[in-house]
Design a protein. Structure first.
Length: 425
């Protein structure tokens, strides 16, 4: 492990956080900004003005701004009441398994079988394998299911499903989101990345912690009390164990028969300096797992890849050059990140941003209604069964609509560094 990877925990804890959070979904983004001791520049998207009285409840009081039109979203199932906190994780997972079964597979005589293909969804004839990516969910259980419906049905033998983190905070149902992700992980090839909100939450967010402003009342009630929620995400708690033991911080997915399919996934981003320092994706993955299971979570590595925005917000010329360098070291052809809501960096509401001729894809479309988006999204990378080669990269943000991402003509691994490559990017 490179030296100097651990930062002073107290230094991070002294950074200021002033996010805003509504207790109901919103339909548009706000330009108001906030800072965090862990996530400088992280912005909650809300037209509401929020205040916090930490001397009393530590909760957010919101005063909705006047709207010119109704912002009432589709009705969603309420988060469990405080009494539900006593239900066992096993019983909760059984209920969620029923939900997942209805969406993605059917059971017959105790065995699972793939259902008939839905029109316009799932792998088509001639498609050998797919990488299926779902961006930041932020407690919106209904939108999580809608996004998953874009990639239905999932082939358990060939498809790779990846979530880029931030299941928790802002929205009211992180419990359900985590449990459904575990059901999917038990039945399919699933990778779950740690987001900066998982990172902070497993460190223990209490009633008077600045990050408590991201925790809606429904979320808190589903656990019971602040201490009970803290325990659930602790090293000995149900969700704390899940995140620390089963989540990763980086992933390189694709098929060996075609290097062009290789895709690097991180929650927020990564610098070329860090990529070169560690050398390989596997080394970063191993170190990240060790850090998540240790008592020292405030590390330079986690701080960068879970919350950096330098690639998302930098000038395209510099960003594309660095992305090219990162991908060459990682032995990948494209980089996909979440974390930075695209509407906050000039993107269209609900749509990803594609840069560097398809090599850099920003997929956090502020999907959760508590982020102001309210539109599901999924990225799909397909490989042709006949040739074993990458055939298509596209994303879906509406049922029946598919938007293609450009495919590079040459592999970065075969291209020399120099002016030709600079021109390409």
């Amino acid at each position: 492990m490179p030296p100097g990877h651990i930062t002073k925990q107290k230094e991070l804890r002294h950074l200021q956080l002033q996010p805003t959070l509504t207790t109901s979904p919103v339909n548009k983004m706000s330009s108001s900004s906030s800072t965090s001791r862990f996530d400088s520049g992280d912005k909650a998207c809300s037209p509401c003005a929020a205040t916090m009285d930490t001397r009393t409840t530590g909760r957010v009081n919101t005063t909705p701004a006047k709207q010119t039109r109704s912002t009432t979203p589709r009705k969603i199932r309420k988060a469990p009441s405080a009494g539900a906190a006593t239900s066992s994780p096993t019983s909760t997972r059984k209920k969620l398994l029923t939900t997942a079964a209805g969406l993605f597979f059917s059971t017959t005589a105790g065995t699972t079988a793939a259902p008939a293909k839905a029109p316009g969804a799932g792998p088509t004839e001639g498609i050998n394998s797919r990488i299926l990516m779902i961006p930041d969910i932020h407690g919106d259980y209904e939108l999580m299911q809608q996004a998953l419906s874009f990639v239905y049905p999932i082939d358990k033998d060939h498809d790779q499903l990846i979530f880029t983190g931030d299941f928790v905070d802002r929205g009211p149902q992180p419990r359900e989101c985590y449990e459904l992700s575990q059901v999917l992980a038990d039945n399919y090839n699933v990778t779950r990345l740690t987001g900066n909100h998982e990172w902070v939450t497993i460190q223990g967010v209490g009633q008077h912690d600045p990050f408590a402003m991201y925790v809606p009342e429904e979320d808190l009630k589903s656990f019971g009390t602040w201490p009970e929620r803290q325990h659930a995400f602790s090293k000995d708690g149900h969700f704390g164990k899940m995140i620390r033991r089963k989540f990763d911080v980086i992933a390189l997915l694709g098929i060996d028969s075609d290097p062009m399919s290789k895709t690097l996934f991180v929650h927020a981003g990564i610098s070329i300096r860090t990529m070169q320092q560690w050398g390989t994706v596997e080394a970063i993955k191993k170190a990240g797992r060790e850090m998540l299971q240790s008592d020292y979570l405030d590390t330079v590595l986690l701080n960068e890849i879970l919350q950096t925005r330098h690639l998302a917000q930098g000038p395209d010329s510099r960003v594309c050059m660095e992305v090219r360098q990162i991908l060459k070291v990682a032995k990948a052809e494209r980089l996909v990140v979440g974390h930075t809501p695209t509407p906050l960096i000039g993107g269209q509401p609900g749509e990803p941003i594609v840069k560097c001729k398809g090599r850099f894809i920003l997929m956090d479309v502020a999907m959760s209604r508590w982020m102001g988006g309210g539109m599901p999204a999924a990225l799909i990378i397909e490989t042709d069964a006949n040739t074993g080669k990458l055939s298509r990269v596209f994303y879906k943000i509406k049922a029946g609509e598919e938007h293609d991402v450009p495919l590079p003509e040459t592999s970065l691994q075969d291209t020399k560094d120099g002016d030709d490559l600079r021109q390409e990017l």
